[in-house]
Design a protein around this ligand. Structure first.
Ligand SMILES: [Zn+2]
Length: 208
């Protein structure tokens, strides 16, 4: 799809404005690349065994990289550690909040847990959530359940980068999926890029 900027430029050229002032051209220069952003993954242990193995985590990461790398938003796994058994089954909002005590600063924190109860409708379980600590909402992190399908980490990272839900079938941020590979549209891509830049310029994440 042709971008609005490209369309404008094409329009200018068609109008014969081939000699653009230098400062107009400079404005069109690509912005500085976004440096790799660190992801730290903590996996709950139950009975001494992690609830999910490396291959399962790699599948989640692969899907996240497939969607975010083409936007120029590089994500790098920098650390892996365990979560205590006490934090493996998340039933309540307090259980989710408790993970804030285990965060690694200046990194995207991903917690893989054994189970994740829907706190709005306790009859349901969730595959993932982007959670903000209720008392200190600046602390926010991604929780992924061991029952998650491979695109759940990418979906929750979408929320981490400011995206709301979408009603478009097969969009990464939609619940309506046919099984086709999920995608992000142009407006979503720009939002992810601007959040990624904001996290770096505000020093909320330390690039790798
Ligand atoms: Zn969601």
């Amino acid at each position: 799809m042709i971008s609005r900027r490209a369309a404008l430029r094409a329009g200018l050229l068609a109008a014969g404005a081939l000699v653009l002032p230098r400062r107009t051209l400079a404005k069109d220069k690509a912005p500085a690349p976004i440096p790799p952003l660190p992801i730290t993954i903590a996996v709950a242990e139950v009975g001494g065994a992690k609830v999910r193995d490396e291959a399962w985590i790699d599948a989640q990461m692969t899907e996240a990289l497939r969607l975010f790398d083409p936007l120029g938003v590089p994500l790098r796994k920098v650390a892996a550690r365990s979560l205590p058994e006490a934090n493996a089954k998340l039933e309540t909002r307090a259980d989710r909040d408790a993970l804030a005590a285990l965060l690694e600063p200046k990194r995207i924190n991903v917690m893989i847990v054994e189970s994740l109860r829907d706190v709005d409708d306790p009859k349901l379980m969730r595959m993932g959530v982007h959670w903000r600590h209720r008392k200190t909402p600046a602390k926010h992190y991604v929780i992924v359940s061991a029952s998650a399908r491979p695109s759940v980490l990418a979906h929750e990272l979408g929320h981490f980068f400011g995206l709301p839900h979408s009603s478009v079938t097969d969009n990464l941020m939609s619940y309506d999926r046919t099984g086709a590979p999920p995608f992000l549209d142009e407006a979503q891509s720009r939002k992810v890029q601007s959040f990624a830049r904001m996290y770096v310029t505000e020093k909320l994440l330390t690039p790798v």
